[in-house]
Write a protein that binds this ligand. Structure first.
Ligand SMILES: [Zn+2]
Length: 133
């Protein structure tokens, strides 16, 4: 588990910790521009951590090229890594994906992913930090 003792508690502390763009995605449920993530082309072995708190969220094993313009995974690193919530914003019903540790917004999950899960975790690259192994 990640050491949570120095995790921001207030909005002001989050603003200090994160870049403007990270704050907009993680704390305000923003979406990065399609195709803008440096992580789209990463195919090295490694882990993807939450940019807010450092928790491992996804691994390179489940990353795949979805062609959507956002980093995509078919499964989280483990079942405790992320949490899902119903999201009714923008007149749509979607399933939001958040970091279970800091509740930062990561992206959405859809049911059109590849086997074995059939899930597509469509994640903002800005919400992730890649650690090569
Ligand atoms: Zn987090």
């Amino acid at each position: 588990m990640v050491d949570q003792s120095n995790q921001p508690q207030t909005d002001a502390e989050w603003r200090e910790r994160l870049t403007d763009e990270e704050y907009r995605i993680l704390r305000e449920e923003g979406t990065e521009r399609r195709g803008s993530s440096e992580l789209l082309d990463v195919d090295d072995d490694g882990v993807f951590r939450c940019a807010g708190c450092g928790q491992v969220l996804f691994t390179s094993d489940t990353k795949y090229g979805s062609g959507t313009g956002w980093p995509s995974f078919y499964d989280p690193a483990d079942s405790d890594a992320v949490e899902t919530r119903a999201d009714h914003s923008h007149g749509m019903t979607r399933t939001e994906v958040v970091c279970r540790n800091c509740e930062g917004h990561l992206g959405h999950v859809f049911d059109d992913g590849p086997e074995p899960t059939g899930k597509r975790y469509c994640i903002n690259g800005i919400a992730l930090d890649f650690d090569e192994e």
